[in-house]
Design a protein. Sequence first.
Length: 131
Amino acid sequence: MSVEKIIVTAENEQLLLRKEGIEWILKKEVGYSPVQMIASATAACGGYVLASILKKSSIPFLLNRVEVEYDRDESRRASPISEIELTFYVTIEASYQDRAKRCLKLVAPNCPVIQSLDSKIKIVESLVFVD
């Protein structure tokens, strides 16, 4: 088991995440909300995992971007995230695209962020092939 520590500091009624000269304000009105950070972390982790799977599968690719949309369940207390949709925009030759689609199914089981989320959160993944 490995333990990592992150310190979130409180300053001027804001919570801040600092690392090597970078400062993220964890407040929706002036930065990213903690819920947006969860969605963003899911997108980033999913992107890294997809890239790793494509490399290991010897599929030439360029990951252009990952778009993430999320929905919250307003009927529940605290309005938790109910669904996260990840859209991976990739450049992949047509001859490799079917294999890449099969690789997409391996992202969620191999992504530590997705595996850390409540199992009630629906994860939807898709690939968009771009030139």
